[in-house]
Design a protein around this ligand. Structure first.
Ligand SMILES: [Cu+2]
Length: 154
Protein backbone atom coordinates (compact mmCIF):
# COMPACT_ATOMS: atom_id res chain seq x y z
CA UNK A 1 0.00 0.00 0.00
CA UNK A 2 2.77 2.43 0.97
CA UNK A 3 4.74 1.54 -2.15
CA UNK A 4 1.77 2.37 -4.34
CA UNK A 5 1.41 5.82 -2.82
CA UNK A 6 5.09 6.62 -3.32
CA UNK A 7 5.04 5.36 -6.90
CA UNK A 8 1.98 7.48 -7.58
CA UNK A 9 3.68 10.55 -6.16
CA UNK A 10 6.72 10.10 -8.35
CA UNK A 11 4.61 9.71 -11.45
CA UNK A 12 2.47 12.75 -10.64
CA UNK A 13 5.08 15.03 -9.14
CA UNK A 14 3.35 18.16 -10.37
CA UNK A 15 0.27 17.46 -8.26
CA UNK A 16 0.56 19.17 -4.88
CA UNK A 17 -1.91 16.99 -2.98
CA UNK A 18 0.16 13.81 -3.28
CA UNK A 19 3.41 14.94 -1.62
CA UNK A 20 1.26 16.04 1.33
CA UNK A 21 -0.21 12.54 1.54
CA UNK A 22 3.33 11.13 1.45
CA UNK A 23 4.34 13.25 4.41
CA UNK A 24 1.44 11.81 6.40
CA UNK A 25 2.60 8.29 5.67
CA UNK A 26 6.25 9.03 6.46
CA UNK A 27 5.77 10.85 9.77
CA UNK A 28 4.94 7.93 12.12
CA UNK A 29 7.80 5.91 10.66
CA UNK A 30 10.33 8.68 11.28
CA UNK A 31 9.10 9.15 14.85
CA UNK A 32 9.49 5.46 15.67
CA UNK A 33 12.99 5.45 14.22
CA UNK A 34 14.26 8.33 16.37
CA UNK A 35 13.28 6.46 19.56
CA UNK A 36 15.84 3.84 18.66
CA UNK A 37 18.68 6.34 18.38
CA UNK A 38 19.45 6.21 22.07
CA UNK A 39 20.45 2.93 23.64
CA UNK A 40 21.02 2.49 27.32
CA UNK A 41 22.99 -0.35 28.84
CA UNK A 42 24.36 -1.44 32.18
CA UNK A 43 21.90 0.54 34.30
CA UNK A 44 22.43 0.00 38.02
CA UNK A 45 21.94 1.78 41.31
CA UNK A 46 23.93 1.49 44.48
CA UNK A 47 21.89 0.16 47.42
CA UNK A 48 21.35 2.98 49.91
CA UNK A 49 23.47 2.94 53.05
CA UNK A 50 21.86 2.50 56.43
CA UNK A 51 20.39 5.75 57.66
CA UNK A 52 20.96 7.60 54.37
CA UNK A 53 18.03 8.63 52.22
CA UNK A 54 20.12 9.02 49.09
CA UNK A 55 22.13 7.00 46.60
CA UNK A 56 23.11 7.15 42.94
CA UNK A 57 22.40 5.43 39.65
CA UNK A 58 24.71 4.78 36.72
CA UNK A 59 24.47 3.65 33.09
CA UNK A 60 25.85 4.01 29.60
CA UNK A 61 23.87 6.09 27.13
CA UNK A 62 24.79 5.72 23.49
CA UNK A 63 23.39 8.28 21.07
CA UNK A 64 23.45 7.50 17.36
CA UNK A 65 21.99 9.20 14.31
CA UNK A 66 21.92 12.65 15.86
CA UNK A 67 23.35 14.54 18.79
CA UNK A 68 21.02 14.99 21.72
CA UNK A 69 20.84 16.57 25.13
CA UNK A 70 19.88 14.84 28.35
CA UNK A 71 17.79 17.41 30.20
CA UNK A 72 16.01 15.57 32.98
CA UNK A 73 16.03 12.40 35.06
CA UNK A 74 13.15 11.15 37.14
CA UNK A 75 12.06 8.27 39.35
CA UNK A 76 8.53 7.50 40.57
CA UNK A 77 7.48 9.63 43.56
CA UNK A 78 7.00 6.42 45.54
CA UNK A 79 10.78 6.01 45.40
CA UNK A 80 11.95 9.59 45.87
CA UNK A 81 13.36 12.22 43.55
CA UNK A 82 16.20 12.33 41.05
CA UNK A 83 18.70 14.89 39.81
CA UNK A 84 21.47 14.82 37.26
CA UNK A 85 24.78 15.35 39.06
CA UNK A 86 28.45 15.65 38.30
CA UNK A 87 31.34 14.93 40.62
CA UNK A 88 33.72 17.84 41.11
CA UNK A 89 36.91 18.49 43.05
CA UNK A 90 36.62 21.55 45.28
CA UNK A 91 39.77 22.54 47.20
CA UNK A 92 41.10 19.00 46.94
CA UNK A 93 38.02 17.29 48.22
CA UNK A 94 35.35 15.46 46.30
CA UNK A 95 31.98 17.11 45.97
CA UNK A 96 29.07 17.05 43.58
CA UNK A 97 26.61 19.42 42.06
CA UNK A 98 23.53 19.40 39.92
CA UNK A 99 23.89 19.83 36.17
CA UNK A 100 20.97 21.15 34.16
CA UNK A 101 21.80 19.22 31.00
CA UNK A 102 24.43 17.12 29.27
CA UNK A 103 24.99 17.37 25.53
CA UNK A 104 25.86 14.05 23.90
CA UNK A 105 27.49 14.23 20.47
CA UNK A 106 26.28 12.01 17.64
CA UNK A 107 27.82 8.58 18.01
CA UNK A 108 29.11 9.31 21.49
CA UNK A 109 28.46 7.34 24.65
CA UNK A 110 27.72 9.24 27.82
CA UNK A 111 28.93 7.17 30.72
CA UNK A 112 27.37 7.79 34.10
CA UNK A 113 29.74 6.25 36.62
CA UNK A 114 31.02 6.58 40.18
CA UNK A 115 33.27 9.65 40.34
CA UNK A 116 31.65 11.21 37.27
CA UNK A 117 28.20 12.07 36.06
CA UNK A 118 25.48 10.23 37.94
CA UNK A 119 21.79 10.17 38.67
CA UNK A 120 21.36 11.31 42.25
CA UNK A 121 18.47 9.65 44.01
CA UNK A 122 17.35 11.69 46.99
CA UNK A 123 14.61 11.82 49.56
CA UNK A 124 14.19 8.06 49.37
CA UNK A 125 10.89 6.95 50.84
CA UNK A 126 12.43 3.62 51.81
CA UNK A 127 15.92 2.10 51.55
CA UNK A 128 17.02 0.73 48.19
CA UNK A 129 18.12 -2.85 48.70
CA UNK A 130 20.12 -5.32 46.60
CA UNK A 131 18.12 -6.70 43.71
CA UNK A 132 15.53 -3.93 43.74
CA UNK A 133 14.41 -2.63 40.35
CA UNK A 134 14.34 1.13 40.02
CA UNK A 135 12.51 2.59 37.02
CA UNK A 136 14.28 5.71 35.75
CA UNK A 137 12.96 8.04 33.06
CA UNK A 138 15.52 10.02 31.10
CA UNK A 139 14.29 12.97 29.06
CA UNK A 140 16.16 14.06 25.96
CA UNK A 141 15.61 17.27 24.03
CA UNK A 142 15.07 15.53 20.70
CA UNK A 143 14.15 11.97 21.60
CA UNK A 144 11.84 12.71 24.47
CA UNK A 145 11.39 10.34 27.39
CA UNK A 146 13.30 7.07 27.51
CA UNK A 147 12.53 4.60 30.28
CA UNK A 148 15.08 2.28 31.76
CA UNK A 149 15.06 -0.12 34.69
CA UNK A 150 18.14 -0.08 36.91
CA UNK A 151 18.89 -2.92 39.30
CA UNK A 152 20.40 -2.34 42.72
CA UNK A 153 23.73 -4.14 42.98
CA UNK A 154 26.57 -3.85 45.49
CU1 LIG B 1 25.22 13.41 43.43
Amino acid sequence: MKKQIIAGALALSTVIAIPAAMAKVAAPVAKAATKEKVSISGAWVRPSMMGKDMTAGYMKIKVTGTSDTLTKVAVPMSIGMAELHETVMVDGSMGMREVKQIVVAKGATLVLKPGGYHIMLMGLKSPITVGQKVPITLTFKKMGAVKVTATAVE
